[in-house]
Design a protein around this ligand. Sequence first.
Ligand code: AMP
Ligand code: MG
Length: 516
Amino acid sequence: MQPDHSFEHPNRSLLMNSPDLPFNARSGLAELALGSRFGQLPPAFYTPLSPSPLPSPYLVCASEATAGLIGLDANELYTEEFLRLFSGNAVHPDSRPLAAVYSGHQFGVWAGQLGDGRAILLGEVRADREPLGTLELQLKGSGKTPYSRMGDGRAVLRSSIREFLCSEAMAGLGIPTSRALCVIGSDLRVMRETPETTAVVTRMAQSFVRFGSFEHWFYHQQPKALKTLADYVLEQSYPELLDARRPYQALLGEVTRRTAELIAQWQAAGFMHGVLNTDNMSILGITLDYGPFGFMEAYDPAHICNHTDQQGRYSYRMQPRIGEWNCYALGQAMVSLIGDVDDVHEALSVYQPTFETRMASLWQAKLGLQSHSHGDDQLVARLLEILARNHVDFPLFFRRLSDVKREDSGSDAPLRDLFLDRPALDAWLAEYRQRLGQEHSDDTARKQNMDRVNPKYVLRNYLAQVAIDKAQQKDFSEVERLLTLLQRPYDEQPEHDEYAQLPPEWAAGIEVSCSS
Ligand code: AMP
Ligand code: MG
């Protein structure tokens, strides 16, 4: 049976001037029907402009999985035409490229107008699967825009590879995220701490609207534009809320809920975003704008992955509170729309319970427990306390925990190897075993379930760094290898065991910081 690819959106009016976005599964670049509902917003929302050409571009890597999301045939990724389009050297005939304006709070301080300083929205294409609807394609690092401020509009190869790999790794983990289609490199150099070569990443998401997009109109005292934006987001991304009794309140509530869910998933994965400014917060509740992110290795709740974040505002343990702070910033921007401060508070009040409930169920799954029992919170807290005291590697611990047998401590050695204070681990394991006994946990089934939620492979900083060092020498094989590996992080892939080990000592010296 032929799938039905006719496009049905609840609000066709916004599509009036767009092509009908037909999508044939498996198609070529020529058939990419780029519409742009964002481009039909009033002119104050963006500046139309073309990407700046990238000299002598070459393909660094491409994600066939991401291409599949828009039905793009994998063979197209390796063509000259692909290089031209996604380096920004050519513009697809259906594309009306633009850079969007937004503002935001950076490190807790109102920063005023920001905007796509180095990103260009090419337009949106029909996804190949129903729940995805349409996906916007955006170039990052494609040259200066009116919002570049002091920046050069470029992104270096290093940060582009990090964004590419992490987007795909997060998708592999099952965490909501923007996706990455490709990285295209060039020998064009820009100055950072030292001169570095540049690249363009193509990202994909249903929407790149940020909390800061709402704050922009609130702080510029333009309630009409704010309403236009809210209506656009409702129609494009939350059509199911259009029928709510109070759609704007429902929107804030749903964004808040998704944000709380997202941050719980980050905590469980040990993911740290690094720059949780309101301009980096997605209105869809997906992970957006990868910069100095990190994955927890030696467990330390105070860990700060962003070298420039000296106060630790965005440390691992702060993320849940910052997520809520950011929702409050969005709520403040929406007060006039919602009309009643109590209604705003009501919408925001879903954050805490959502986060706590999701967090508890994620810990439960990580420990392989079938139910939640009184005392489990303490079991988790005591575990995290000994992990921190012993600087235990976070992913390795949880992956090895699935080998623990309910009745037999003979197989504890790999876990004990991770601890200095082994009696502390033994004491915790005794408690854990008691808990497993309570629910008659089956060793085999538990291991299977745990290995589905505790990844064997994570994008450790040093793994990314090795791939980047090679890529800077024009050897892209390691980027490719990591991509394939991280798309299936829960699978054993025994041929890649060496990627699931403790980091080497030199890894401690890696520093990543804001915008590069
Ligand atoms: P970030 O925190 O990295 O997401 O960036 C904050 C703001 O700075 C955004 O508006 C970016 O578009 C902008 N920006 C970052 N790096 C550059 C750059 N190299 N050139 C122009 N704008 C930039
Ligand atoms: Mg940003």
